[in-house]
Design a protein around this ligand. Structure first.
Ligand SMILES: *Cc1c(COP(=O)(O)O)cnc(C)c1O
Ligand SMILES: [Zn+2]
Length: 427
């Protein structure tokens, strides 16, 4: 394994580049592996065998795929909470809502800290430890910090997280604090925090676990590996993912690329990246055919996890998700996001607002004829329903979307049978 620069192809040893993970030319680095000697068919059998294991690192939905994620990492550094292993749920009602023939939801919300960030963070923290770091840092809109704080605590290390003061969910801040992280709250945007932590972390002795950390991408590839394994390597037509920092879109594309190279899948699904209208620089760039991303200065969306105006890894997402898979982008309004969230919640799965962007985006793309109505799609649900309880309150108050979600609560001080009977039969 080595780091390779996306711009100039220069290679570095893994220990050589960190904090930030950039080439001398300023280009982004990615992990490249040598797959010679790997047999795709044998790997499939091996991955299936490991499903019977419940206590070793093979029981993790990330480390099960170690050969394709971190083959050279010594086992002693593996940090794991049995992440991944999330459900893939077909839903006829949501397929109808989105306007496609088949829809499955990949509930990354079922991860130990409640978001897909765990798939990547498990690997970043493990590598940081293997390099001798005991202190970890990230800048976050909330879920990255919860995940880092959890893994750092679990590994007996410490975490220092930079959180923008505004437009961030209180549930995520509290979760991060509860795991024992040191929180640095600042005025400014996520993008300001990223710049600060990448500039100063090495000098502060902190290992950067922002999405620019290439091991996060390696770990997040497991999401598409798991989808493939769950579907017995028969892939859907589309995979739809919300896009903020674009790490997930990148990892999906890169994971698909590697599965195809290894001959483990025949069909290459296309990736659709969905951004929120108020924070959609990637969609703007792709839609207008620009060669460079124009950052959005003051991004705003109620879907806090996607409130990012200057995603550092856009070149990777462009290469893997868009160019390689013939992917598309779309933007959706906060109202469309909240309407989809309401439906996903009521379907019995539930998710935080940013996750619902995937279903809202699929609906929009199907209505526009960009995604064929006869196709099958997998939508990623990135974060747990309890990650943003204020959004549920807002839905109830009808302040975010014309809601069907009137709260069904009977207030009965005396708890009389008549009242309860009327309440039940009215439903
Ligand atoms: C981080 C996050 C996103 C955005 O993912 P990126 O990889 O940053 O594009 C979307 N939804 C949730 C719940 C997240 O935590
Ligand atoms: Zn370079």
């Amino acid at each position: 394994m080595k780091f390779v620069c996306l711009d100039c192809e220069r290679a570095y040893r893994l220990e050589e580049r960190r904090n930030p993970f950039v080439c001398d030319c300023g280009g982004l680095l990615e992990v490249r592996q040598d797959y010679r000697g790997l047999d795709g068919e044998r790997l499939k059998l091996e991955f299936d065998n490991r499903l019977a294991d419940r206590m070793s690192s093979w029981a993790s939905g990330v480390w099960r795929y170690k050969e394709l994620i971190a083959p050279e990492l010594p086992d002693a550094y593996i940090t794991s909470r049995y992440e991944g292993n999330t459900g893939l749920y077909p839903s006829a009602t949501l397929a109808e809502f989105a306007g496609v023939r088949g829809l499955m939801l990949k509930a990354q919300s079922e991860n130990p800290s409640g978001s897909f960030k765990d798939n990547g963070m498990a690997v970043a923290v493990s590598y940081g430890r293997s390099l001798g770091y005991r202190r970890f840092t990230c800048t976050s809109t909330g879920n990255t910090s919860s995940s880092l704080a959890m893994y750092a605590a679990w590994a007996g290390c410490s975490s220092y997280v930079f959180l923008p003061k505004h437009h961030i969910s209180m549930n995520k801040v509290l979760q991060t604090l509860a795991y024992g992280a040191q929180v640095i709250s600042f005025e400014g945007t996520y993008d300001d925090g990223i710049r600060f932590s990448e500039l100063h972390s090495e000098q502060l002795g902190l290992y950067v676990c922002n999405s620019i950390n290439p091991f996060r991408i390696e770990g997040q590839k497991s999401i598409v590996f798991e989808i493939a394994q769950q579907l017995r390597w028969q892939m859907p037509d589309w995979i739809v993912v919300p896009g903020g920092a674009l790490s997930n879109a990148t990892a999906l594309g890169k994971g698909l690329y590697e599965l195809k190279e290894l001959g483990m899948i025949d069909k290459l699904p296309r990736v659709a990246v969905v951004q929120a209208e108020g924070a959609s620089p990637f969609h703007q760039m792709v839609a207008q055919g620009d060669a460079q991303l124009k950052p959005v200065r003051n991004p705003y969306t109620r879907a806090t996890a996607m409130n990012i105006g200057n995603p550092p890894s856009w070149k990777k997402a462009l290469q893997y998700a868009i160019k390689y898979t013939k992917g598309v982008t779309v933007s959706v309004t906060d109202e469309e996001i909240m309407l989809a969230k309401d439906r996903i919640d009521r379907s019995g799965i539930g998710c935080e607002p940013a996750s619902a962007a995937s279903v809202a985006g699929l609906k929009k793309l199907a209505a526009a004829g960009i995604i064929d109505k006869e196709c099958t799609a997998v939508c990623l649900l990135t974060g747990h329903i309890l990650k943003d309880t204020e959004a549920i309150e807002a839905l109830y108050k009808g302040t975010l979307a014309p809601s069907e979600a009137a709260p069904s609560v009977l207030h009965t001080p005396d708890l009389t049978l008549d009242e309860v009977r009327r309440f039940i039969t009215e439903l």
